[in-house]
Design a protein around this ligand. Sequence first.
Ligand code: 13P
Length: 264
Amino acid sequence: MLTKKIIIANWKMNLSLAETVGLTKKFKEKFAGFNQGEVVICPANLALSQAAKILKGSQLKLGAQNVFWEDKGMYTGEISADMLVEAGCQYVIIGHSERRKYLFENYEMIHKKVRAVLETAKLTPIVCIGETIEEKESDRRDFVLVEQLQQALSGIDVFGNQQIIVAYEPVWAIGTGTAIEPSEAEYAHKIIRLALNDMFGMRIISQNFKIIYGGSINSKNVKKFAALENMDGLLVGGVGLKVDDFSKVVKSIINLPAGRPVKN
Ligand code: 13P
């Protein structure tokens, strides 16, 4: 059973290189010696190598926000799983709804990315799923979640200690300031767990998978999520850009008193 909770900060396209360097240093300082949970930062590709250098000797882990499915070749603008490993990444976000919306990433692309990442055996994919407001309002959420899981993960073999993280991010809750009701998240996570159980079996799910929530988490509403049974962690956007607030989120999730403040 994987017990440590994971909290992932997706910095999206919010920070310049200089700002990323500054914030990474603050994170490193804030989380010095922290090992009660796993904290991951996901800066833009531009800043990955520098962030990796800063994070040397710290418990914090590095992730990327996207990956391409081929190893190398004529794929202008793309980056491979091996390149991310070389840059110092241990995690990579796949199929974020912003990429599905603005870059037209579809099921097939997401599936190929998951496969490519698992082939390296050195990266943990963070596979994002979640319904849109139209799907929610037409009562199709459960179907959509199962469909997205099947499209992303069907036919995939999971070996050894390979981890896979499924991030449930209801599209309509991202960046709005209003997270969904924790009970709704718990229900959705149960649906996800049941669907994964069907696909891989319970042993693999408890050993190799984590299910986390993302969408407008902040230092106040996080407390209600902390006690949920089927929640292995969080994927955060906005709150991940403020080290003190982010630290409160982390401490809430793993039930520790908040640490000393660091200036933003
Ligand atoms: P917010 O926490 O800003 O809603 O973003 C969530 C998200 O998209 C993380 O990937």
